[in-house]
Design a protein around this ligand. Structure first.
Ligand SMILES: C[S@@+](CC[C@H](N)C(=O)[O-])C[C@H]1O[C@@H](n2cnc3c(N)ncnc32)[C@H](O)[C@@H]1O
Length: 401
C-alpha cells in the first residue's frame, strides 16, 4: 500500500490534464516545460539501476513491439474499425499475415505497461491517442517509428563500435559514418533514401512530423519585412524553400498570406521527394539538386530549414554559393531556420539532433559564432538572429554583402 503522502502525490500527478496546456504557442511552451519537469522528476525518482534498465531494455523492446504490430497492419485495422475497446482475438483477426495469437498477446501486454494502449480487462484493450496515430500508416507518427527502424536506432547502436574502430575521433567525414556500416554497399543516409522508397518515406514522414511539431517559423520571423518590398503581381517569387520536402513551412506562410497568387511560393527538393509531396495548388514544386545552380533567380527570399546543419563547411559553402549567385543584392534575403547551439544549457532537441547527425551523416550543429563565420565566408551579412522562447530553432536572416 502506498503511504498517504505518496497517494496524494500520485493523485496530483494523475490529475494533470494535457488539455489544460493546449492552444497557443505560450501554452505549447508550458506543456513542453511541464513534460521536462516530469522527466527531471523521473530522473530523481528512478534508481540508477531502473534508469539503466529502462534505457537498455524497456525502450528497445517497446519500439520493437510497436514496429511488429505496425508490420502486421494491426494498428491500421484497429484505427479503421473505430473501436475504442477491443479483444486480443479481434486484434489477432486484423493481422495481414499469419501470426501466433500468444505472440501478439505478449507484445500487447508489454505495450499496456508503457501506456501505448490501455488494459481494460483480461485480453481486452483500449485505444489511446498514440495507438490511433500509429493506425494512420502514412502519417508522421507511424513513419517516425519506421524512421527509427530504418535509420536512427541501428546507426546509434553502432556508434560505440564505430568509434572504437576510428580511435574515438569526432566523426567529421561524411564519407565514413556509423550509418554506412549498416548496409554492405555502405550507402550514406541520403543515398539510401534515394535507393529505397520505404526509407525515403519514413525519413520524410519523420521530418514532416518534426516540422509540424516545431513552432511556425512565421511566428518567429516578422514576414511583414518580406511583404513590404514584394510585388505579388510582379515576375519574382516570394520564397523558395530549398530542401523543403513536405512543404510544412511554405504552407504556414501561405496560411498567413492566403491571397498570394499561384507560383509565388516554390518548393524544391530532390525529384523523388518532390514526387511524394502533396501541397496546395498555389505552391509550385521543382525537383532540383542544391549542389547545382539555383534555377529561381531574384526571389524575395531563399529559405532553408534544417539543411545546412546536414553538411560540413565545404559542402554548406557550395550550397550557399549557389543561392548567392541567384540572389539580387540589396533585395533578396537568405533565411535559415536552424539550431543555434549554445555552449551551456543546450536543449534536448539540440543535443539529440547534434548526436543524431553525428552518427547518421558525420555532421554537427553550429554555434552562433560558427554560423556567422560560415555565412561571412560565403559573402553574407547576418542581419538578425530571430529567436522565440518556445522555439527549438532560430531564424537567421542574412543578405549579400
Ligand atoms: C533534414 S531534411 C529537411 C527537410 C525540411 N526542410 C524540414 O526541415 O523538415 C533535408 C532535406 O534535404 C533534401 N536534400 C538532400 N540532398 C539534397 C540535394 N542534393 N538537393 C536538394 N535537396 C536535397 C532531402 O531530401 C531532405 O528533404
Amino acid at each position: 500500500m502506498p503511504s498517504r503522502r505518496a497517494e496524494e502525490l500520485i493523485a496530483l500527478l494523475d490529475n494533470i490534464e494535457v488539455s489544460d496546456y493546449k492552444g497557443d504557442s505560450s501554452s505549447h511552451g508550458d506543456r513542453v516545460l511541464i513534460a521536462e519537469a516530469a522527466r527531471r522528476l523521473l530522473a530523481r525518482l528512478e534508481t540508477p539501476f531502473e534508469r539503466a534498465w529502462r534505457l537498455s531494455w524497456i525502450n528497445g523492446n517497446v519500439h520493437a513491439a510497436i514496429q511488429i504490430i505496425l508490420d502486421l497492419g494491426i494498428w491500421e485495422g484497429w484505427y479503421s474499425s473505430k473501436r475504442r475497446e477491443i479483444s486480443v482475438l479481434e486484434l489477432h483477426a486484423l493481422a495481414r499475415e499469419p501470426c501466433d495469437l500468444n505472440l501478439l498477446r505478449r507484445l500487447l501486454r508489454l505495450l499496456t505497461v508503457e501506456h501505448v494502449i490501455q488494459e481494460l480487462g483480461e485480453d481486452r484493450y483500449g485505444a489511446t491517442a498514440f495507438s490511433d496515430a500509429l493506425g494512420q500508416k502514412e502519417e508522421s507518427v507511424a513513419q517516425t517509428i519506421l524512421s527509427g527502424t530504418h535509420h536512427g536506432l541501428d546507426s546509434s547502436r553502432n556508434l560505440p563500435r564505430f568509434l572504437s574502430r576510428t580511435g574515438y575521433a569526432e566523426p567529421l567525414d561524411p564519407k565514413n559514418t556509423s550509418y554506412m556500416d549498416l548496409t554492405p554497399d555502405r550507402l550514406g543516409m541520403f543515398e539510401r533514401c534515394r535507393a529505397d522508397s520505404g526509407c525515403q518515406a519514413s525519413f520524410i514522414g519523420f521530418m514532416r512530423g518534426l516540422a509540424a511539431y516545431k513552432l511556425d517559423w512565421t511566428e518567429i520571423y516578422d514576414t511583414k519585412i518580406l511583404m513590404r518590398d514584394f510585388d505579388a503581381y510582379g515576375e519574382e517569387a516570394l520564397l523558395v524553400d530549398i530542401g523543403g520536402a513536405h512543404a510544412v513551412d511554405l504552407e504556414r506562410l501561405l496560411r498567413r498570406y492566403p491571397d498570394l497568387p499561384s507560383g509565388k511560393l516554390i518548393l524544391q527538393d530532390t525529384p523523388d521527394v518532390i514526387a511524394m509531396a502533396t501541397v496546395s495548388e498555389k505552391i509550385q514544386v521543382m525537383g532540383c539538386d542544391f549542389f547545382t545552380p539555383q534555377p529561381v533567380k531574384g526571389a524575395r527570399a531563399y529559405f532553408m530549414h534544417a539543411i545546412l546543419h546536414d553538411w560540413d563547411d565545404a559542402d554548406a559553402s557550395r550550397i550557399l554559393n549557389n543561392v548567392a549567385a541567384a540572389m539580387t543584392k540589396e533585395y533578396s534575403k537568405l533565411l535559415l531556420y536552424e539550431s543555434v547551439l549554445v555552449s551551456k544549457g543546450a536543449t534536448m532537441y539540440q543535443t539529440v539532433a547534434d548526436v543524431s547527425i553525428m552518427h547518421l551523416i558525420s555532421a554537427a550543429e553550429r554555434t552562433e559564432g560558427r554560423w556567422r563565420e560560415l555565412l561571412q565566408a560565403a559573402g553574407f551579412r547576418v542581419c538578425k538572429i530571430w529567436c522565440h522562447p518556445s522555439s527549438l530553432e532560430s531564424v537567421i536572416e542574412a543578405e549579400l554583402i
